[in-house]
Design a protein around this ligand. Structure first.
Ligand code: SAM
Ligand code: DTB
Ligand code: SF4
Length: 327
């Protein structure tokens, strides 16, 4: 493979900016779609092999009964979504799932837990899980809720590569989505993760009833972090029955393409992940998202609690598009 494309360490390159204006981002979001995609694809080609997509597989290692009230989430104890709570999984069961993910072709294993933040009684077990998955030769990612500085350092020491903590939406819209923790607390966790030298995975959700201005502010906030997240998941809301957002209006599919293209332009050296929502997307829409600069997906039949596009249709789509993964 061409080594030029391998050198995407986020060592700050001169044209990687952190001073995006709100109006600049709105202007990008509003551009004629083909102009926007053309710009994004040009930037994508400067930083990445445009035919390569990174594969991450998700596993929910602790399910449901979460104290928080995130309006989109199937796992909040406050909503009746019919989800059966499950305690923290045993290490060997997680390792078995990780081995399967690796055999299927994933390079990163992302483990989620329905917690506000990890409790001391579970933390040693979490660290053991990180060590065991890392030992398989997979990249490791966890999303466990808010972390303090000490917890972030312990995860790093155990071999964790990435920590996922999404900003979800704009600071202004956040209060309509979550009341049990603040936007500032999420930013504080991201700072703790960075200080521990973990790679940051941070993005948001489109389709929660937010305005164009909210999308712009989310993308601007992500791009103006002191260092860009190495991985930026752009999720389309999965409308889960029983959650307050179950009946939210469907978004225009091209809005997903626009958000991905703008994320690519603002954070040129980051992996932009076409995340939740693929199960509802046509192959053609997903192809447009890749053209707009998405170069990572969640790969595997399940996200955390909801279905994802299965591996075989993904392999077929990649074949048809001439896309290869890291294998
Ligand atoms: N409890 C931890 C937290 O909230 O940070 C980690 C798990 S949480 C489920 C991880 C992320 O998944 C959320 O921040 C949100 O961005 C995304 N997510 C959860 N439910 C979703 C849904 N129904 N549709 C799209 N994205 C969702
Ligand atoms: C992210 O940005 N999306 C993933 C992962 N990070 C943890 C989660 C998507 C969850 C979709 C709904 C569900 O399956 O519960
Ligand atoms: Fe809990 Fe995370 Fe779901 Fe919020 S998004 S309810 S913190 S599992």
């Amino acid at each position: 493979m061409d080594s030029m494309f391998q050198e995407n360490s986020l060592s700050e390159q001169p044209d990687v900016r952190h001073d995006w204006d709100f109006d600049e981002v709105i202007e990008l979001l509003n551009r004629p779609l083909f102009d926007l995609i053309f710009t994004a694809q040009g930037i994508h080609r400067t930083y990445f092999n445009p035919n390569q997509v990174q594969l991450s597989t998700l596993l929910n290692i602790k399910t449901g009964a979460c104290s928080q009230d995130c309006a989109y989430c199937s796992q909040s104890v406050r909503f009746d979504t019919g989800l059966k709570p499950q305690p923290l999984m045993e290490r060997e069961a997680v390792v078995a799932a990780a081995k399967q993910a690796k055999a299927n072709g994933a390079t990163r294993f992302c483990m989620g837990a329905a917690w506000r933040s990890p409790k001391p009684k579970d933390f040693d077990k979490v660290l053991d899980i990180v060590k065991a998955v890392k030992a398989l030769g997979l990249e490791t990612c966890m999303t466990l809720g808010m972390l303090d500085a000490e917890q972030a350092q312990q995860l790093k020491k155990a071999g964790l590569d990435y920590y996922n903590h999404n900003l979800d939406t704009s600071a202004a819209y956040y209060k309509h989505i979550v009341s049990t923790h603040t936007y500032q607390e999420r930013l504080d966790t991201l700072a703790n993760v960075r200080t521990a030298n973990l790679k940051v995975c941070c993005g948001g959700i489109i389709g929660m009833g937010e305005s164009l201005e909210d999308r712009s502010a989310l993308l601007q906030t992500l791009a103006n972090l002191p260092q860009h997240p190495e991985s930026v998941p752009i999720n389309q809301l999965v409308r889960v029955a029983g959650t307050p957002l179950a009946d939210t209006k469907e978004i225009d599919p091209f809005d997903m393409v626009r958000c991905i293209a703008v994320a690519r332009i603002l954070m040129p050296a980051s992996y932009i992940r076409l995340s939740a929502g693929r199960a509802e997307m046509s192959d053609e829409l997903q192809a447009l998202c890749f053209l707009a600069g998405a170069n990572s997906i969640f790969y595997g039949e399940k996200l955390l609690t909801t279905g994802n596009q299965a591996c075989e249709p993904d392999r077929q789509l990649f074949n048809r598009l001439g896309i290869f993964s890291d294998l």
